[in-house]
Design a binder for this molecule. Structure first.
Ligand SMILES: [Zn+2]
Length: 334
């Protein structure tokens, strides 16, 4: 790498200017989210059809974590989510779209948030997930056959939340995850792939659900995660990338699952997350000054909840939902 390259590497970060928010603007965020719910014919709503059920989960979860869920139209949302169910037992992002594990998990999570899980056919959902597990323990996201450790978390989380984890082959699933464990302490999408914070979250979460966290070195993984913190306090997803609020969640939640939240500078981290809020429209952006969206909003709120904030519901680090709505579905980690 040239000297110029090194210099740029050292500078890959953002500046937190003085005029950026320095505390949580909770009520602005519920207004921001509610606009998405109201504006059904809006540009964003139409554009997001390919990920709509996931979008509904982000919005409902943000409202639940900010203790504002009662402002949403629960019945309408639950009916919409149920209408995304396909005959294979899985859920697509919108009615008439093919099933995918990502949307199936989001559908289950949304139904739990609205206390309506009993309206879903648990057995057919678990059958759908089971069929996507491969011989080597990995999971495909859908019939296209793409394998990724993200889908292992989706599968284990979905079946756990439905109270039927044993329908999957957990031993081979764990073996596959451990083949994706790198010597630097991180995890990749598949065996031999580079470490990435999003994948660490998926693999650590899946191992926690499987009750197999003792198969990895917590400290080595936590150290790799701690190196994601930039001088601004924000966290990036892998070396040489800019910090981003969604990685605050993935890195922080992984550290929380590992019992190592103290490996990072928490007050610097909070300062970065606060600075990513839009103090006019509400919502969080990926980094200060960018455009706010529901995805970064829910993960910004969830990250702040992990640090403890009385104005927010306590979030569960594995499932990214309030502990209150999970109830007895929470996993005993230590
Ligand atoms: Zn992001």
């Amino acid at each position: 790498m040239s000297m110029a390259g090194l210099f740029e590497f050292a500078r890959k970060d953002v500046n937190l200017q003085e005029k950026l928010p320095t505390k949580l603007l909770r009520d602005l965020h519920s207004n921001f989210i509610l606009q998405y719910e109201r504006d059904k014919n809006g540009y964003h709503y139409i554009m997001a059809e390919h990920l709509r059920v996931s979008g509904i989960y982000w919005c409902a979860n943000a409202m639940d974590l900010t203790k504002q869920l009662s402002q949403m139209s629960a019945d309408e949302i639950v009916q919409y989510v149920l209408s995304c169910r396909n005959s294979d037992g899985g859920y697509g992002p919108a009615p008439g779209h093919d099933s995918h594990l990502l949307h199936t998990l989001c559908a289950v999570q949304t139904l739990i948030i609205f206390d309506s899980l009993q309206k879903a056919d648990s057995n057919s959902i678990c059958d759908y997930v089971k069929k996507l597990q491969n011989e080597d323990g990995s999971f495909c996201g859908d019939l296209s056959g793409e394998v990724d450790t993200r889908f292992t978390l989706c599968s284990l989380a979905t079946c756990h939340l439905l109270g039927n984890l044993s329908t999957l082959n957990i031993d081979t699933a764990v073996n596959f995850l451990l083949r994706c464990y790198n010597s630097d302490g991180g995890f990749g999408t598949r065996p031999g792939s580079e470490s990435h914070a999003g994948q660490v979250y998926c693999c650590v979460g899946a191992l926690a659900i499987a009750g197999r966290l003792d198969s990895i070195s917590r400290d080595r993984t936590a150290e790799w995660l701690a190196f994601r913190q930039c001088d601004s306090g924000g966290l990036n997803g892998r070396p040489e990338k800019l910090p981003d609020v969604c990685y605050s969640w993935w890195v922080l939640a992984s550290l929380a699952i590992l019992g190592r939240l103290d490996f990072i500078d928490q007050s610097a981290m909070k300062k970065f997350i606060y600075a990513c809020q839009d103090d006019e429209t509400g919502g969080f952006a990926d980094r200060p000054g960018d455009c706010a969206d529901p995805f970064h909003t829910v993960f910004g709120i969830a990250a702040l909840s992990l640090f403890g904030d009385d104005s927010l519901e306590q979030v569960d680090p594995i499932f990214c939902m309030s502990k209150k709505c999970l109830g007895s579905k929470q996993i005993e980690m230590f």
